[in-house]
Design a binder for this molecule. Structure first.
Ligand SMILES: Nc1nc2c(ncn2[C@@H]2O[C@H](COP(=O)(O)OP(=O)(O)OP(=O)(O)O)[C@@H](O)[C@H]2O)c(=O)[nH]1
Ligand SMILES: [Mg+2]
Length: 303
């Protein structure tokens, strides 16, 4: 299966949800004002959010004018084009270190899929022949460390860990030392995500950030914020919160396979201007795709 088909399959629920609402418009005989109004409602229902829905319809209107489109059947193509333009100027690729290990901090609230995403990333880079180290930076729960260990065994990479309750920044420090000593290509660091404890959590994250900065020039190369796609607009709010504490360089949107709320990717990129870099389309190791704006826009707008 090619990338486009994998997106189409993984986004099936979002696609059919949005398409189900739009198909009535696309099959109309005339393109009139009410068609645009209905399109805006359909986008709102797909968790695109008010501002971005209004913006998208504006873009479609402009494209229709510029391209002298008067058939509603042309709208899916125009909508895909409008969506794709929301991603312009944002680089979805991962920034890798030019020498020495690439350090990736993975952050996000409880249960969004941080640990699973780390395992998937490890698998992705292992398949490219890279040596990957995992850092068990979620020291808050013993089970979190065990979960990472299990994934490490499955994927085939070592896990640097301390006892439960240990200082997360010290775990990262050790992982960075180990990575340099062993010549590893990549350190993927898990973090705790307890939101009921917002201030200490953010303090811990910024401490980890500083340790990475101090120990390796250019690190952390990526701070990936993981958000759960099924939470729709909440994901957008989480991105706003985390961005206040750490410099988020990219977003991974998980669980898109199980939701019709995949439209939330649009306000995230358009309103926050943070690139989506990965999408989680299932629970297995292979179910992570590098984000592709064109494939996403087309997959979500096509019948
Ligand atoms: N369907 C689906 N499930 C996912 C995806 N990503 C993660 N999950 C599931 O979401 C649940 C939580 O994942 P974790 O990786 O443990 O989440 P976490 O953010 O590390 O959670 P805490 O450590 O408790 O904060 C698990 O059951 C995963 O299998 C995805 O892309 N699709
Ligand atoms: Mg976890």
């Amino acid at each position: 299966m090619g990338l486009f088909d994998r997106f189409k399959k993984g986004l099936e629920k979002s696609r059919t949800g949005l398409w189900g609402r739009l198909s009535g418009i696309f099959s109309r005989s005339r393109l009139d004002e009410s068609a645009f109004e209905e399109m805006e409602e359909a986008l709102l229902a797909a968790d695109v959010g008010v501002d971005t829905s209004v913006w998208l319809v504006e873009q479609v209107r402009r494209l229709a004018r510029e391209q002298r489109v008067d058939q509603p059947s042309e709208l899916p193509r125009l909508l895909a084009q409008a969506m794709a333009s929301a991603f312009e100027g944002l680089d979805s690729s991962m920034h890798l270190a030019t020498s020495g290990p690439t350090v990736v901090l993975v952050v996000g609230v409880n249960g969004v899929g941080k640990t699973t995403t780390i395992a998937k990333l490890a698998h992705f880079y292992r398949r490219q022949g890279k040596q990957v180290l995992l850092a068990a930076g979620d020291t808050f729960r013993a089970a979190a460390i065990d979960q990472l260990l299990t994934w490490g065994q499955r994927v085939g990479c070592d896990v640097i860990r301390h006892r439960p309750g240990a200082d997360a920044a010290a775990v990262l420090y050790d992982a960075l030392q180990a990575a340099q000593a062993r010549g590893a290509d990549m350190v993927l660091c898990d973090t705790a995500g307890r939101l009921h404890n917002k201030a200490p959590l953010m303090a811990e994250l910024s401490k980890m950030y500083k340790v990475a900065q101090r120990e390796l020039p250019g690190a952390p190369h990526e701070v990936l914020l993981v958000v759960d796609g099924t939470t729709g607009q909440n994901a957008l709010n989480q991105a706003r919160t985390f961005r206040e504490a750490v410099q988020v360089t990219g977003i991974a949107v998980t669980k898109l396979d199980g939701t019709a709320k995949g439209g939330v990717i649009l306000p995230i990129v358009r309103e926050l201007r943070i690139p989506v870099k990965w999408v989680g389309l299932g629970e297995k190791m292979d179910d992570l795709e590098p984000f592709d704006p064109a494939a996403f826009s087309q997959a979500i707008c096509e019948p």
